[in-house]
Design a protein around this ligand. Sequence first.
Ligand code: SIN
Length: 349
Amino acid sequence: MQSIKKGFIILVGLIMVFTLTACGGSEDASSSSGGNDSSGIKEMTIKISHVVAENTPKHKGAMAMAKYIEKNSDGKIKVQVYPNGQLFDDKTEVKNLRANNVQFIIPDMSKMVGMNPAFNIPSLPFIFSSNEEAYAFWDGETGQEVLKSLESEKIIGLKMWPNGPKQITNTVRPIKTPEDLDGLKIRVQGGQVLANLFETLGAGPLQLPFGELYTALEQGTVDGQVNTFSNISTKKLGDVQKYITINWGAARVDYALLTNEKFWNGLNDETKELIQAGIDHGTKQARSLAEQLNQEGFKKIKERGNMEVYELSDEERKVFQETLQPVYDKFEEQIGADVIKAATEATAE
Ligand code: SIN
């Protein structure tokens, strides 16, 4: 009797083990131990985190990527997209990417200069005159080398996603000449180049996370800031700013889509191929919508009507360009003359 009971318990145990193994269960990508040795799309949940609002190129790209991956994995892979810094903010996202608590982040490159000073490129004055020139650089050999330069951080740079040229807003006066920036406190995203650009114009740059920007403007911690139309409009910065100067565009907001090595190298070939196709799809979407969303943002800013719009003429813009030329010499060594040359020579296809 005793041995029948024992045999029964062993049998039940074996059935349970078999059932659990066969069903698998969805795995959070953060706890995945990797799957290079098994083929087939693996069940998992992937997280994408970013700091901006929904009606922006970055969010639209992330959503397109998520939908593509979910659909083409027949729902085996779930992708959760967290906008507005809901999951991680500027200060915590890189650390959490490295720890695989999130599988993709898409920071403004000027916030990544601590990992490689070449990420200052979008902040170099007037470096690209269109999104297409920026793509030509980041998709080219030198841009790809910069994106792939993060191995020591256990991070992999996958693609450049655009937002676009920065416009200046502030509460003190309309900005028409470099002198108009004299003495203003300006919030900057990050990086030595952007800080120096404003110092060259006589302004005081202050680096703050995007999530703290609205309050900093509201409380007067800073007088102004520089950003794209889509970011200014979706965060309603016009409610706490009086003036906007457009056609400035001395620096850009561009992003790097990043993943971490633990997650990426743990994917089997089939899963990686599918996710890569999702990334390509999201990239296409972000790139094709960037210009349109910025124009829509500008339209909304004008309709809301609470900022006085000043459009720099091409001659006025040229004065900024000449004033800011010394920034190039100052950072040539740090960024690399070859990198600056490749960026300067990048031409739209
Ligand atoms: C972003 O577009 O990711 C944020 C830019 C900023 O910090 O101003």
